[in-house]
Design a binder for this molecule. Sequence first.
Ligand SMILES: [Ca+2]
Length: 567
Amino acid sequence: MVIEADTAYDSNVQKLFGKKKMGEILLAFRNLMFPSARCISSGTTPRGRDGEAKMRSVVLSIVGLSILALTVSASAQQKDSCTSLMDSKMSGVEITRAAHVDAGSTEPNLYGPGHSNPLPAFCRVEGVINRRNGVGGEEFGINFALAMPDLWNGDFLMQGGGGGNGFVMPPLGLTAAGDTPGLMRGFAVVSTDTGHKSHGGPFDFGFMKDEQAYLDFAYAANAQVAGLAKQIIAQHYGKAAAFSYFAGCSTGGREGMILSQRYPSVFNGIISGDPAMRTGLSNLAIGRWIPIAFNQIAPKDANGKPLIEQSITGNDRKLIMDGLMHQCDAKDGVADGLISDPLACDFDPEMLACKGEKNDSCLAANKAAAIKKALGGPRTSGGTQVYPAFLYDTGITGGAPSRGLLSPGPGIFGPAPTDMTMDVGKEALAANQPLVDSISTNLTTFSAHGGKLIFYHGDSDPWFSPLDTFGYYKDMAAANGGLEAVSKWSQFYFVPGMSHCGGGQALDQFDLLGAMVNWVEKGAGPTSVIATGKAFPGRSRPLCAYPKHAQYKGGGNPEDANNFECR
Ligand SMILES: [Ca+2]
């Protein structure tokens, strides 16, 4: 059973990702996964709940030079403590590096030019858990990197992965951290490759042929690394981390869900963004159902193959976007290019269908029907929905790299299929991946110890439907006492316009990490956080927890979040 699911997943992934030029994949992946990398800031003092760190930061800011000696002394202690970690003896663990890094260093951006802004002083520990030889003699092992800042805020943050993992990303804690990554806030931050090395970019799933590597990626590695990181943190600082957090998007979002569902005691707070929650089924939707619907209306080449890129024209996309904005933009009180109440958007492409002869001001009836079918999500021949619809949002007509759903063609998912039909029921059965899918709703242990769980999802994510994550949230709420009870420890945020984990016509910079810390440590659950983004310079909006959305109050500058309320 497991092997079948495994093979199906592997082949789905190969179909979707297998033949794309690596440079384009890397660039697209960087844009999709690390949109906030450009915004890394430095120099922020730690939050300071930890007494020692707080005192140190306050004193430093007030007294200045005369205290430098104290800092140097503290730093010397940190350096000694750091290098001594090389001698740690932990079963199954090899520490391969333990070195103090002075303030001002940078981390390279693995997926493009540039690097982070200067980092604070920290102890960097690298190592590998369970180094072994697996299928084909290949060396496997769970590699990790842990950054422990000299000015520690007393807490631990694990950052999630992306794509097929296989890289140890710089442990900075960028996800949902606004413009101040976790390391700059004083968190000890860990990252991991979850048990294998990529041999071909962010979507190399070849490791899945090795059973243990598959299990490590599917669910097992993160909790092991978290446990080890906690040990090292306690050893280095002389006391345990007070609170533990996880934040990740895409595969990292899935990892967060897995941790809440299968390792409920490891983290106090988990932030899960655009989770790759059921990739077999989402791949079925975006890699099969949607393109096949468009193939059915596409012109054919001389060999009878559909020319999918011509199935929807630029004029069609303009008609749809104009119609969508006309129908839904102002529902939140202001026509501002953001559909802030996505669940209230009642756009239907068939509204635009030509009544008589086709002309430039209407959609051909067969196209309107195909678009409605495509975005309505895959259904079996009996009408059973196997994956949810996608939202009508501002990103659906977008171009590469985060190609919108109404811009079909080759892209990050590889060549589009040329099939004209599919058996949804049969393909959906093969698309379930019990070990990978993060769909269990029993969170009684997680919630009972005070765990907090925040979801966010870009309304224009072209890979995973926000309605799938939202559907999970509703199912999970129903299974745990209802939405009102669950909202005391779990929230869901729609992010208008946002593509996969960032980008799009969106305000994609928001500090859910800070909100989570307040919730866990002070008991104050957020009702909203402020969102900004380079797509709309000078604009801010509240990002509101479901069931509320940002609504313009009706007066005042509509660029200012203060003139909106969560309603
Ligand atoms: Ca609006």
